[in-house]
Ligand binder design. Structure first.
Ligand SMILES: NC(=O)c1ccc[n+]([C@@H]2O[C@H](COP(=O)([O-])OP(=O)(O)OC[C@H]3O[C@@H](n4cnc5c(N)ncnc54)[C@H](OP(=O)(O)O)[C@@H]3O)[C@@H](O)[C@H]2O)c1
Length: 242
């Protein structure tokens, strides 16, 4: 374990895709990881794989969009104590196929914001106290180019990611001098279920592997604090192979 290796981490959306890769790579470095997603079985499989390789992993099956996050925070505290790293990776696109704004129902927009914005904010709020008392730690949110580009059909998701970017930037400002930091990373297009759900016609071989993106994201833990929104291809860790 190096200085840039967190002792403990919570990764939301850790049952597949980028979240799984992040959790597995953290555990391989010696971090005790808590994996969170809605469905227990896939999470348990990821945790079992980590343990079979000598890592330490715990599972919390929970919907991040389901309101109060204090129960999650209490479970995390009981399992691993204060977090060194909190990664808000779980996310929803909303209804599929993704409707244009003229067809977007209020309930769908509200649900996207519950999962992608209120969920991370509530979880941060519930976990921040112990992290502040430790005086160290990192909070990472996963953004998207849909936060800054106007793609037809991506209104709910893109607006939620833009809101999450701004929450992250304000949090980073509020954490200045505390020993904690926060930043958002746009991971670029990855070969995951989310991408296949959104753009089923895309050629998977043109997309980055989530494992390669995870390595780049985690390399940023060792980097000097920089901008509060980063695009993965621009990280000092270098280009992500496709
Ligand atoms: N893939 C891309 O090309 C791409 C591009 C830009 C940004 N991103 C961002 O990168 C992050 C990872 O995306 P991905 O492609 O790896 O996604 P993914 O393969 O679809 O995985 C999503 C993960 O989040 C969990 N999840 C979904 N809704 C949840 C909820 N309400 N509560 C708790 N967990 C929930 C899923 O498990 P359950 O279904 O069991 O809950 C799963 O573990 C996301 O923030 C995404 O917006 C992805």
């Amino acid at each position: 374990m190096t200085n840039s290796t967190p002792r403990t981490a919570l990764v939301t959306g850790a049952s597949r895709g980028l979240g799984r890769a992040l959790a597995e790579q953290l555990a391989a470095r010696g971090t005790e990881v808590v994996l969170l997603a809605r469905h227990a079985n896939p999470l348990e499989e990821v945790a079992a794989g980590i343990r079979s390789r000598g890592g330490r992993a715990h599972v919390i099956a929970h919907d991040v969009g389901a309101g109060d996050a204090s129960a999650i925070a209490a479970r995390v505290a009981a399992l691993v104590g204060p977090l060194d790293l909190l990664i808000h990776n779980a996310s929803t696109l909303g209804p599929l196929p993704m409707p244009e704004l003229g067809e977007l129902r209020d309930e769908a927009l509200v649900r996207v914001f519950e999962v992608n914005v209120l969920g991370p904010q509530r979880l941060t709020r519930a976990l921040l106290g112990p992290m502040r008392r430790e005086g160290r730690g990192t909070i990472i949110t996963l953004s998207s180019d849909a936060a800054t580009q106007a793609y037809p059909g991506w209104g709910a998701y893109g607006a939620s990611k833009a809101a999450l970017d701004q929450l992250t930037a304000v949090l980073a400002a509020e954490l200045e001098g505390s020993g904690l930091r926060a930043f958002a990373i746009d991971p670029g297009e990855m070969d995951t279920r989310m991408h296949a759900d959104a753009l089923p016609e895309a050629d998977p071989s043109s997309l980055a592997r989530p494992e390669a993106v995870a390595a780049s994201v985690l390399a940023q833990l060792a980097a000097e604090a920089g901008p509060t929104r980063l695009r993965v291809d621009a990280l000092p860790a270098g280009r992500v192979s496709r």
